[in-house]
Design a protein around this ligand. Structure first.
Ligand code: PGA
Length: 250
């Protein structure tokens, strides 16, 4: 069964609301005829409202970069999945390596966030990936297995239906070093295997696994040509409308 590719932009902590408007003014004409792939842009929280207005009537989803797993409460500084849905967001990135590295996120908080996102009908993009030392020590498979098993804990195939995974080797993020299509494919096969163990073969065969880590217009075609790679999560190269449009149209 063929899986529609998803090309997602992770803007990280870049762009103000005005810069967001300017991005879409330039980006939309470049992709208006593009319906081969699903497109999603994930700006900072403060830009979500403007971004949603910009893409109204377009085939582009807007996602957040994080959420908190409770619906509401005394949790200063946090944003819930219910709030994201109320705003009109359709997607959310969960467990990005920068969240794990700088903001104390763990496999267990990823699981809580994933369950909250699914319960509210958001499409979660759950990030997994090994750091350089783990790869060099031959631990990549163990790390990916652990991240998947814990992320999928206490979820059923039915509940997890909307799940999307992004394989992002941490040594490739923002470094200009891209995983080769072969390295990425091997990791994707392993992740798909873990999804099959947790949710069954049928689920795994439909699961979209994106690649992320220094995706650029120059390497997107080779990566997207791999049958195991179902799209991309793009950081730096998604900030420029021309470059993100070129990646979308690999
Ligand atoms: P990059 O980031 O494309 O700038 O390497 C990818 C990501 O962190 O999602």
């Amino acid at each position: 069964m063929s899986r529609k590719k998803l090309i997602a932009a992770n803007w990280k902590m870049y762009k103000t609301p005005d810069e967001t408007k300017r991005f879409f003014a330039d980006f939309l004409p470049l992709v208006s005829a593009h319906d081969r792939d699903e497109m999603v842009v994930c700006p900072p929280f403060v830009d979500l409202h403007v971004a949603l207005e910009c893409v109204r009537g377009e085939r582009i989803g807007i996602g957040a970069q994080n959420l908190y797993w409770k619906s509401e409460g005394a949790f200063t500084g946090e944003v819930s999945s219910a709030m994201l849905v109320a705003l009109g967001c359709t997607h959310v990135i969960i467990g990005h390596s920068e969240r794990r590295q700088y903001f104390g996120e763990t496999d267990d908080t990823v699981n809580l966030k994933l369950k909250a996102a699914l319960e509210h009908g958001l499409t979660p993009i759950v990030c997994v990936g090994e750091v350089l030392e783990e790869r060099e020590a031959g631990l990549t498979e163990d790390v990916l297995r652990r991240q998947c098993v814990r992320a999928f804990h206490a979820l059923s195939a039915r509940k997890a239906e909307a799940l999307v995974i992004a394989y992002e080797p941490v040594w490739a993020i923002g470094t200009g070093k891209t995983a080769t299509p072969k390295i990425a494919s091997e990791a994707h096969i392993l992740i798909r295997g873990e999804a099959a163990k947790a949710f069954g073969e049928q689920f795994a065969s439909q699961l979209r696994i994106l690649y992320g880590g220094s995706v650029k217009p120059e390497n997107s075609s080779a990566l997207m040509a791999e049958p195991e790679i179902d799209g991309a999560l793009v950081g730096g190269a998604s900030l420029d409308p021309k470059s993100f449009a070129a990646i979308v149209k690999y």
